[in-house]
Structures are given as C-alpha cells and as structure tokens.
Design a protein around this ligand. Structure first.
Ligand SMILES: NC(=O)c1ccc[n+]([C@@H]2O[C@H](COP(=O)([O-])OP(=O)(O)OC[C@H]3O[C@@H](n4cnc5c(N)ncnc54)[C@H](OP(=O)(O)O)[C@@H]3O)[C@@H](O)[C@H]2O)c1
Length: 324
C-alpha cells in the first residue's frame, strides 16, 4: 500500500482525498517510481473539476513528477532500479508516493538538477518550448504578449522569449507579481486587474499590435487578446484558467487575417525521440542559465487540496511543488 490522492467525485479542492492505495508490480514495459517531488499544474484543476474528462472515477490526479525507480517490469532494458527519472504527461497518477508508469514516458533527470526543480519545470518547460519554437516561432524583433506572466508557464515563457530577443509584454494581477515578471525579462508589465490591457498594448506598440499572444487565461482575456494582435498575428489560446473562451466567429479572424490555434503539449511531444529532445532542451536551458526556476511554493502531498485552492485563488506565482 502507498498513500495517494484520490478523487471520487468532480468538484472543488475538497474532493481530493488522502488515502491508501494498492499499486501492484510493474508489468512488461513498465516501471514503478517512488516520487520525490510532484509538479502541480493548472491542468490538475481542470481534471478535478471535470473541465477535462478524467480517465475514470475514482482517479489519482497529477501529470508530472520526479522519482526513483523501485522496480522494473519483466524483460525491461534501459531502466534500472535506483535511476532518478522525470515524467510529464499522461497517464495521470503522479499525486502518489509511488506509481506505475510506461518506461517510455520517463526521462533520466540530469544529476545536476535537484528533484524539486525537475518536478517544477518539465511539463511547464516543454510547454514553453513548443509554444515559442513550434506553435509560433518567436524571433528577435518580435513583440509578444504573455498573460499570467508570473505563473508557472508564464514565468518560463517570459524568460525564454526574452533570451530569444523578443520584446515581452506581460500581464499580471498584482504589484508583487509585476515585480517578478520584470525580473523574468518582461520589458513591459500590465496589471490587468487595474489597467485596460488592450489600451496599454496599443500604447506600448504605438498602435501596431503584437505578433503573437500567448493566452492561458481564456474567458476573461480572449477577446481583448484578439484586439492586441497586428495584421496576420497569431492567437495562441493554450489554457483557460478563468474559464472557457466564448465561441469565436470566423469573421473575428477575418478582420485582421488572424491565425488562431488551441494547441496541446501532447500533440507536439508525441514520439519518444521528441520527448527526449524537448526534455533535453529544457534541462539545457536550466544549465545555461536561460531559465531560472522559481519554486515559490511547496506543500505536503497530503495537503494537495490547499495547494489547489491557492492556485485557483491566484495566490501562487512561479511553480508549485507537492512533496510526498
Ligand atoms: N496547452 C498545453 O499544452 C498546456 C500545458 C501546460 C499548461 N497549460 C496552461 O497554462 C496555464 C498556466 O498553467 P500553470 O500551471 O503554470 O498555472 P499558473 O499560470 O501558475 O496559474 C494560473 C494563473 O492564471 C491567472 N488567472 C487569471 N484569471 C484567473 C482566474 N479566474 N482563476 C485562476 N487563475 C487566473 C493567475 O495569474 P494572475 O494572478 O497574474 O492573473 C494565475 O496565477 C493554464 O491555463 C494551463 O492550462 C497548457
């Protein structure tokens, strides 16, 4: 038996229950991992609430962790007991002291990277990579708008985009978050709870607009984000922390020949080779200093409900990590 968080019914943070579960032994192609640190992601909130469909009920949430391999399935080569590995993506289940995973979903964690850092950055870092390099290719001279710029993904987006030579405009809800966003390379920070971000972006860009908006806030910002784009700009709607955006008529794009995409990491890091390439690039960005990792909050895994309430309540900045 190991301790894990279980969800029996969809709902608020209170549905996260701390329980004993039986996880069994790894089968062919699988490893068992004792988690040392678990990354909290807003996607965990979507699954808990049913915004995204969980695989079953009850289920154990969590899409990211770093841990030590404690058993390998029959005949498995390439992974050994004692390996320190990181993991981000499906299947769900990282809110547990131990879990069984497909061996091809885990990557070795470089010894120079602390497990807490690894668990705070793999999913968010790989997301940042595909957003800046593949979804829309950010280049020197571009001006970009990043919403929730002090959040987990937002902090990394600002740092990495700054290093690519872009002018970065970030939105945040508080003065404290504005200070962090500045430190992370935002050239202009807008407190969108106090200022009209569309008017400010228009002013900052002298009416030209931005090449791309990275919008993870959704409902509250989507329409304004479209207004911030220049002709033929890219609207990258990659999350919905404030709720699902309203439906968009095609004519809303025709007004400026805009591009709109709603991308997901799992459709960019699809193959084993891509996973290794993405993870390797994120680890390299930590080693080279492009990414400063902000683990601003840690909670015991048993207090996952408190961590969820704080993330949803916009009380957190940077990354949040759960410790089993
Ligand atoms: N598409 C993908 O593949 C992919 C992968 C990973 C993450 N994501 C998305 O990236 C986003 C960021 O994830 P994260 O884990 O790093 O979370 P996060 O950004 O640390 O937390 C969410 C932030 O959204 C902002 N926000 C604005 N309105 C909000 C509201 N009504 N309720 C709650 N938050 C609100 C808050 O920042 P302020 O207080 O500054 O407003 C809050 O801190 C999420 O939308 C997530 O779904 C997408």
């Amino acid at each position: 038996m190991v301790k894990a968080i279980r969800v029996y019914e969809l709902g608020g943070p209170e549905v996260l229950k701390w329980e004993d579960v039986e996880i069994g032994e790894p089968k062919e192609g699988e490893v068992r991992v004792r988690n040392k640190a678990i990354g909290l992601n807003f996607i965990d909130v979507y699954f808990r609430k049913g915004v995204y469909q969980p695989p079953s009920l009850p289920f154990t949430p969590g899409v990211e962790a770093v841990g030590v391999v404690t058993a390998v399935g029959p005949g498995l080569t390439g992974r050994e007991v004692g390996d320190v590995v990181a993991y981000a993506g499906r299947p769900l289940g990282s809110y547990a002291e131990e879990q069984i995973l497909p061996a091809n979903k885990v990557v070795p964690l470089p010894p120079s990277i602390d497990p807490v850092i690894g668990a705070s950055i793999l999913s968010k870092g790989m997301t940042t990579r595909f957003l800046l390099h593949q979804c829309f290719k950010v280049e020197p001279g571009h001006t970009i708008l990043v919403h929730a710029a002090a959040g987990g993904v937002g902090s990394l987006l600002c740092q990495w985009a700054n290093a690519l030579g872009a002018t970065v405009i970030g939105t945040v809800s508080t003065k404290e978050k504005a200070v962090q966003a500045k430190e992370d390379g935002c050239h202009h920070v807008i407190i969108y709870t106090q200022e009209d971000f569309v008017a400010r972006v228009t002013e900052i860009t002298s009416g030209n607009g931005v090449e791309v908006v990275y919008d993870s806030v959704g409902k509250d910002t989507f329409q304004g984000s479209l207004s911030c784009l220049k002709l033929r700009g890219y609207m990258v709607s990659f999350g919905q922390s404030s709720g699902r955006p309203d439906p968009v008529p095609l004519s809303a794009l025709a007004a400026k020949s805009l591009f709109l995409t709603r991308p997901t990491l799992m459709h960019y890091a699809v193959t084993r080779e891509e996973l290794l390439e993405f993870a390797g690039d994120v680890f390299a960005k930590i080693a080279s200093g492009v990414l400063k990792v902000r683990v601003n909050h840690t909670y015991p895994l048993s207090e996952a409900a408190k961590a969820h309430a704080d993330l949803e309540g916009r009380k957190t900045s940077g990354s949040v990590v759960l410790i089993p």
